[in-house]
Design a protein around this ligand. Structure first.
Ligand code: TPP
Ligand code: SF4
Length: 271
């Protein structure tokens, strides 16, 4: 039996709904392996998601799960963590879920430094609802709502999270699943708000609308256009322009919201 099976809901929720070649399954595998490496059991884990193709993940992973309203996963997850700080809470979200409808929740969860690990599955598009452009669709790229190319600039989720107060930010790509797994493992061990942006190809919508080719071609593009931050720092700017930079960008633990909140409760109770 495949080692990941013990963390899945086989027999209940499979086959999954993701399209062939979707990157979300690769990200799911990396998350499961990271949790297994840490030796954490399913019962210690909580997976909270919003709505979207990416946010289907708690349906398949056999952790304590919450599939919440669109954009609102962080509010639910913060509540779970405050109630029981011993649980390891993973938030699964998409670029639309986290940065459009959930944008305000995202920046304030970073500001509070809520003790959560967020896996933001960035496919540069709204997958579930038919390929509308999202806050991470690069300017000029096509979407069903931008047939001539979007006129808006895109967010860098890691830079946004750091500026808003997150303790840890990192980016990986589906092509390099091993690096992604290590980044997720590190993020899970950090106190406070940790973000791993996982670049996950959507061949069905983003790929088709932007003539990026099939799933294999999109992964090959990732392979050819990804540079780790350590290598990027040694290169002239012209050589890193337009590339996906991976690795850890920010890693500074500060006292998380959960602990500060706990102290206030004790004070209020006169303890
Ligand atoms: C309040 C509300 N507004 C809109 C929707 C429709 N909706 C569902 S998923 C989604 C976008 C999901 O995109 P993203 O978060 O990027 O995830 P992906 O599907 O690409 O993985 C939208 C707009 C909804 N379910 N609820
Ligand atoms: S529409 Fe895109 S994001 Fe959604 S399952 Fe298919 S490939 Fe994945």
């Amino acid at each position: 039996m495949h080692p990941s099976y013990e963390m899945l809901r086989p027999g209940k929720k499979f086959p999954h709904v993701w399209c062939p070649g979707c990157g979300h399954g690769i990200v799911q595998g990396a998350i499961i392996r990271a949790v297994q490496k840490l030796g954490w059991s399913r019962d210690e884990m909580v997976m909270v998601s919003g709505i979207g193709c990416s946010s289907r993940m708690p349906v398949y992973v056999d952790f304590n799960s919450l599939h919440t309203a669109h954009g609102r996963a962080l509010a639910f997850a913060t509540g779970v963590k405050l109630h029981n700080p011993k649980l390891h809470v993973i938030v699964i979200t998409g670029d639309g879920d986290a940065l459009a409808i959930g944008g305000n929740h995202f920046i304030h969860a970073c500001r509070r430094n809520a003790d959560l690990t967020v896996i933001l599955m960035n496919n540069n598009i709204y997958g579930m609802t038919g390929g509308q452009y999202s806050p991470t669709t690069p300017i000029g790229k096509r979407a069903s709502t931008a047939p001539y190319g979007t006129a808006e600039r895109d967010f860098d989720p890691c830079a946004l999270a750091k500026a808003a107060g997150a303790a840890f930010t990192a980016r990986g790509v589906a092509y390099n699943a091993l690096e992604l797994e290590k980044l997720i493992e590190t993020a899970l061990t950090r106190k406070g708000f940790s973000l791993v942006e996982a670049i996950s190809p959507c061949p069905t919508l983003y790929g088709r609308l932007n003539k990026e080719g099939n799933a294999v071609k999109m992964l090959q593009w990732q392979k050819a256009n990804t540079i780790n931050i350590k290598a990027a720092e040694k290169l002239p700017v012209e050589q890193t322009a337009g590339k996906i930079i991976t690795g850890i960008f920010h890693d500074q633990e500060t006292v998380p919201y959960t602990e500060i909140y706990d102290r206030i409760i004790h004070k209020a109770q006169g303890k």
